[in-house]
Write a protein that binds this ligand. Sequence first.
Ligand SMILES: [Zn+2]
Length: 499
Amino acid sequence: MTATPPRPPMTARLARPAAAATDRLVRSRLLRGAQGSRFAVAVAAARTLRHLDRATDTRIDPSRAGRALLAAAPHALGTLAGRLAGGCALVSATNGKTTTTNLLAAIVRAGGQDPVVNHVGANMPGGLTAELLARARRGRVTADLGVFEIDELWLDHVVPPLLPKVIVLGNLFRDQLDRMGELDRVAARWRAFVAGLPPEVTLVVNADDPRVCQLAAVHPSLVLVGMDGVDRDGPAEHADIPDCQRCGTRIAYDGAHIGHLGRWRCPACGDRRPEQLHVVARDIAAGGLGGASFTLVAHMAPGAAMGEAGETRVTLAVPGRFNVANAALAGAAALSLGHDLATVTRGLGSSPGAFGRAEELRVAGRPLTMVLGKNPTGLDEVVTMLTAGGERIDLLLLLNDRDLDGRDVSWIWDVDMERLAPMVATLTCGGARASEAAMRMDYAGVDPARIEAVEGIAEPLARALARTTGPLVAVCNYSAMLDLRETLAEQGHTERYWR
Ligand SMILES: [Zn+2]
């Protein structure tokens, strides 16, 4: 490692107690239930808290200022969002919501608008409120519209205050089972809120996911989105195949592409993925880490406001079929907001993607690509992406088991790592569960002589850099990615993730 960690600046050490005092002030009885001019004071104080938090060098949660303001004024999210002239677009899904949100924001910017976006995955009400606070000036919010990703279990909660114009319902996969409970519980929550949704809200729906497609079907303004063609006859072995929501029969497939996504049908009642979708990704070229391209085809959606019909070739900086699906959803949402196909093409082509999602950094003069794989389907897609390039890779595999990740990491045994094993030149495992990651890759067939396991983040990173000379690929689960990003920032290689 060539760079030395920067010292926390003097302001950081002063800011911490000031932030604690401001946090207490915002939450104090003085500002509780604030309306009118007292609400303006609460907003100003919470803005100060956000500035102080950003000035400290600790790992303070970026949504703290938003949570403090919501404690003082529970209406704050709706009040601040109501000041956005262009309204809001929301994105929710298990996998890919951050990327889809960033791609949609890139299209909106290409269309000449300035969106407020929750870039950093702070996707609960406190995080949204914190982003709006950052743009609050004298009773206004200095942005044209909001483009927000929302946690799956918070979607129904934030729709009433935000009154979005467009909601993107992406895939539902098994993820963080400790927190999420059963997948079907999330689907039931979504079904209930869709049933109560005003008809003028446009739902942009991943039609390849039977759960999502079926639960959304009752809504009058639908934009159905999917991928053309399939990669295999049926879903992967460990896919989360649902039962039909109409009749309870297990869903069958005429081909699948990612996990349980594909050409689904119910063998009993005949419900199926609609043949005619409104936005389709076809002629997909998505091999390797270098990006992907596809043809986006748009048809008019009855009942939904759509900008333009036609087709366009899209080139993405983000790789993998998963990101083609994300881009198709983002494109459909942008069309629903009134943007044209030329803007969609320009916006999707301009976006570097989300932080940590196949993001390339330079570390000690060498390229380091960070890839997120936080659940079986996501990691399986990462394996597909890494093997598509056909080149041997030096791999840093970081596996944590915090609450954010779900404590149980046994899901890595569900992923077909055997496909990846022949491509591994060297493997350095890290994170809190480094030895479990190493054991999984040993079973997958990686020569044990090529594997090293060191707990933590900085140490395995240093080991991986020391024992290799070329580009490095870091595959991380969620909190491991945040830790790696923070470690790289501390070492001066990159900015902190929530600037
Ligand atoms: Zn059925």
